[in-house]
Every structure is written in structure tokens, then in C-alpha cells.
Design a protein around this ligand. Structure first.
Ligand code: FMN
Ligand code: SF4
Length: 450
């Protein structure tokens, strides 16, 4: 179901040249939510605002960085008893292939992010925050820095913000092009000036994060959703979208569609509606074949639904009509992730598409864990061998076995991020892989290779 009259929140006024200034943001009611929250006193014992944490819990906001973890619950896990300073790390690394929403928020609506940061920092009793921004984001970085300068000048960052008596400092920190620095503990290692190596969890950052102090790590879109929650009220916000899948989602649609782009809407929408109605259908008049629903690390969906089962054991026959929310996709053995929808039409060679993916993940493995470092290399070699027409009988079993041994055995989830697509591609499009192994070429006539 497409909610036709839905008014975008994050992208309200986006793409309007100059729309990103403080003046324009305030004309639309900007910073009213932060003023309201900063007027709330913190609990002296814990230096936080339990009522606001409850409010965020009530809104059902789930983290937009990929895992969909409930934000209010994450904030309640912060070690408020610790005597150490607390920190906020804003995740603007956005490196998952297909994902391109945070950069647009930072470019076109940076004050909404800063307002969300203020709400989070005051609620969790934090004085210092960092925006870890992907190194390649040059224009985005400039917009962020300009917006922060405006906020400091207006007294919306710095000392005694809105007369609250509290200080809020935010520092931008540029990454250097490593995908792994989007993983929260890798991000924190990099922020501290070390190599961006992820760390074993627990302890989670909420207990021991930056400089071994309690740290909230949230995605740009997650934090930018907070002003809307405060303005609208958690109850009303929670009612946008299906139950437990609240708020608007920004679908980043790329690949073989007529109108690729970013589309903000409630999560009622089905995949078919998103592709056919919102994105103008599949390009070149062809049919959809495979769609990755949530960024390249999420298991691919087979549009005709053949060849695999849902987690309840039932055959899925119509994946195209699947609802694009966290819970529905999880039940279909995939994930909404960062809502980066990568569309492949019938002329796509799935072997070539997978080869593209495994090369990326092998290159980005930080190398700390043997199953990830070696496993991703083996996967690249095996898929590459098949792709070059030199596949051998048994290669598909070896692929699945290697992928199976990588999941759940490593420090961070990058290993799963490559194992999951391999498992899904080979299982759901097995006939294409078998044909390639047997004949040394794609079964698709005149395929598009990626
Ligand atoms: C390999 C890997 C890469 C990640 N990359 C990003 C990223 O680019 N941006 C992001 O927000 N989260 C990324 N995450 C998720 C973060 O670890 C973390 O869960 C997220 O920033 C938490 O914010 P949220 O609760 O607001 O979603 C990544 C996770 C993994 C395992
Ligand atoms: S799983 Fe891979 S990326 Fe993550 S810590 Fe281990 S080697 Fe590094």
C-alpha cells in the first residue's frame, strides 16, 4: 500500500538550492523540538532524562544504520553509573554498496541532524559528540561544517544552549575510505586515531566505547528522525507505517529501474509498488529478476520466488509482493538493512553480480579474523574461477561450505555480510551457477555483466 498523501519528513524541502541554511530550517519550525527537550531537566543521579528515553522507546524508532536495533533501548543500555565522560558517535560512514541516504540528509538537511544530535546528547547526558563522516564525502563534509558553524554562531551548539546551562560540542571527523569504519567498534577505533579494527563485543559501546567510556553510536538518519518524533509525539510517530516498523524509511533504489533515487515513505509499501509505481518500472521494458532489499550484504530476493523457503518453512512464491519492512523481510530470510534496494533485471548474469560483491568484501576485510580474511579470499577466487569459465564440479558445494563456516565466527559482521549474499545467490539461482560451471559461460543470452 502506497500512502499517497505522505509528506516526507527527512527530505522535506530537500533538493532546494540553499534550503540547507539555518534560516530556512528555522522557518520550517526547526530547533523547536530541541528547545523543548533541552528545557527538560536531567535526573541528577544518572545525568540523563529517563522520560525522553521512554518516549523514544514508545516511538518504536529502530536504528537506520542497518541492524534495525531499537534506539530507545540502546540509549537505556548506556552505563549511566560510570563516572567517565559519555560520548556520541554519529555514523556517517555510509559505505554499504547501494546506500546513499545519509549523504543527502547531511547535504540538504544538516540542521535536522544537528537538532537530532542535540536531542540525543541532552537525553543521554553527553557533552561531546563526533560525526564520523566518510572520507570521500567532500561536498557533504563542507555542508556539515557550514551548518555546524551556523549552529555555533547562533548559540545552538557550545555553552549554555537555549539557556539550559548545558554544553554541547560536536566535532566532525573524516574517515579515510575504509568500509569497515562503518562498523561501530571499527569506527570508534578509527576515531581514537588507531587502525579501524573492530573489537569483540561485549562490551558494547554503550558500556565501553570511545576512550573506553560509555558511547552512543547512532546512524545519521536515526538521529535526524528525532525532531520529528518530538514534534509529532511518540505515539503519533509510532503509527506511521506497520506495527513495530514505525516512521518513514528512505529507500535508496538503484540498478535497472527507470527512475532510480531516494524515496521516503512509510514501510507499508511492497517491493512491487516501489519498483513499478514509484520507480517507473524496470528499465528497457524488461522483467525484474533479482532484488537485494537492504544493501549488498543482505540476502537477495528472487522475484519469481522460486527455489527457497521462508523461515517458517513455507515456500515463497511471490517475493515481488513482499512488504518492505523489517519484520516481513526477516521472515523471508533476508533483511531491510539500510533499505538500499538494488534491482537486477532478467538480463543480469548472477555469477557476474556475485563476483562483483565478493571482490568488494574481500577487499574491505580488515584481516583480523582468519575466517573472514581467508574465507572472503577463497570466495573471491572460487566465484572468479567460475566467472572465467574455469569452474569445477563441486565448486558450488565448496562455496556454500566456506560461506557457512564464516558466519558467526568472527569479531564483526563483515564476514556474515559476504557469507549471506553468497548463500542466497547460489541457493536461489542455483541453475545459473550450475550452467556456468558446466558450460563455462552464462545461461543468459547476451547477459549484462556487472
Ligand atoms: C561491516 C559493517 C559496516 C557497517 N557500516 C555502517 C555504515 O556505513 N553506516 C551505519 O550507520 N552503520 C553501519 N553499520 C552498522 C553499525 O555498526 C551500527 O550498528 C550503527 O551505526 C548503529 O546505529 P543505529 O542504531 O542508529 O542504526 C555497519 C555494520 C557492519 C557490520
Ligand atoms: S570479521 Fe572481517 S572485517 Fe570484521 S574484524 Fe574480522 S577480519 Fe575484520
Amino acid at each position: 500500500m502506497i500512502v499517497k498523501d505522505f509528506k516526507p519528513v527527512l527530505f522535506d524541502g530537500a533538493y532546494v538550492k540553499g534550503g540547507w541554511t539555518l534560516e530556512n530550517y528555522e522557518k520550517k519550525g526547526g530547533y523547536q523540538a530541541a528547545r523543548k527537550v533541552l528545557a527538560m531537566p536531567r535526573d541528577p543521579a544518572t545525568n540523563n532524562i529517563p522520560a525522553m528515553i521512554e518516549e523514544v522507546k514508545k516511538s518504536n524508532l529502530r536504528g537506520r544504520g542497518g541492524a534495525g536495533f531499537p534506539t530507545g533501548m540502546k540509549w537505556s543500555f548506556v552505563d549511566y553509573k560510570s563516572k567517565k565522560n559519555r560520548y556520541l558517535a554519529v555514523n556517517c560512514d555510509e559505505s554499504e554498496p547501494g546506500t546513499c541516504k545519509d549523504r543527502v540528509v547531511v547535504t540538504y538537511n544538516p540542521h535536522m541532524l544537528i537538532e537530532g544530535i542535540l536531542i540525543c546528547m541532552h537525553t543521554c547526558g553527553i557533552e561531546n559528540g563526533y560525526v564520523y563522516i566518510r572520507g570521500e564525502f567532500c561536498v557533504e563534509f563542507q555542508h556539515l561544517v557550514n551548518a555546524m558553524a551556523e549552529a555555533y554562531k547562533a548559540g545552538y551548539l557550545g555553552k549554555n544552549v537555549f539557556g539550559s546551562g548545558h554544553t554541547f560540542h560536536v566535532t566532525p571527523h573524516r574517515g579515510a575510505g575504509a568500509y569497515i569504519c562503518g562498523e561501530e567498534t571499527g569506527l570508534l577505533s578509527s576515531l581514537e586515531g588507531d587502525r579501524g579494527y573492530p573489537k569483540v563485543k561485549p562490551p558494547f559501546p554503550a558500556v565501553e566505547g570511545a576512550w573506553r567510556s560509555p558511547t552512543v553510536v547512532n546512524n545519521v538518519q536515526t538521529l535526524s528522525s528525532l525532531p520529528g518524533i518530538v514534534n509529532m509525539g511518540a505515539e503519533a510517530w509510532s503509527k506511521i507505517g506497520p506495527e513495530r516498523n514505525s516512521g518513514s524509511m528512505v529507500y535508496c533504489v538503484s540498478g535497472h529501474v527507470n527512475k532510480p533515487g531516494l524515496y521516503e515513505m512509510p514501510m507499508h509499501v511492497t517491493l512491487k509498488e516501489l519498483i513499478e509505481e514509484v520507480c517507473g518500472g524496470i528499465s528497457d521494458g524488461l522483467k525484474a529478476k533479482a532484488i537485494i532489499p537492504g544493501g549488498s550484504s543482505m540476502p537477495v530476493l528472487r522475484v519469481d520466488g522460486k527455489g527457497y523457503k521462508a523461515s517458517n518453512g513455507k515456500d515463497l512464491t511471490d517475493d515481488y509482493n513482499i512488504r518492505m519492512d523489517y519484520d516481513t523481510l526477516k521472515n523471508a530470510n533476508t533483511l531491510l538493512g539500510s533499505a538500499a534496494v538494488i534491482v537486477m533485471h532478467e538480463k543480469t548474469c548472477m555469477v557476474s553480480a556475485l563476483y562483483n560483491l565478493v571482490r568488494f568484501y574481500h577487499h574491505e576485510s580488515c584481516g583480523q579474523c582468519t575466517p573472514c580474511r581467508e574465507g572472503s579470499g577463497w570466495l573471491e577466487k572460487l566465484v572468479g574461477r567460475i566467472y572465467r569459465g574455469k569452474g569445477k564440479p563441486g565448486d558450488l558445494e565448496t562455496l556454500l561450505s566456506v560461506a557457512g563456516q564464516m558466519s558467526g565466527t568472527t569479531i564483526c559482521l563483515l564476514a556474515d555480510s559476504v557469507a549471506m549474499p553468497v548463500g542466497a545467490f547460489v541457493t536461489k539461482f542455483r541453475e545459473e551457477f550450475e550452467h556456468y560451471v558446466q558450460h563455462g559461460k552464462s545461461m543468459i543470452a547476451d547477459p549484462i555483466k556487472l
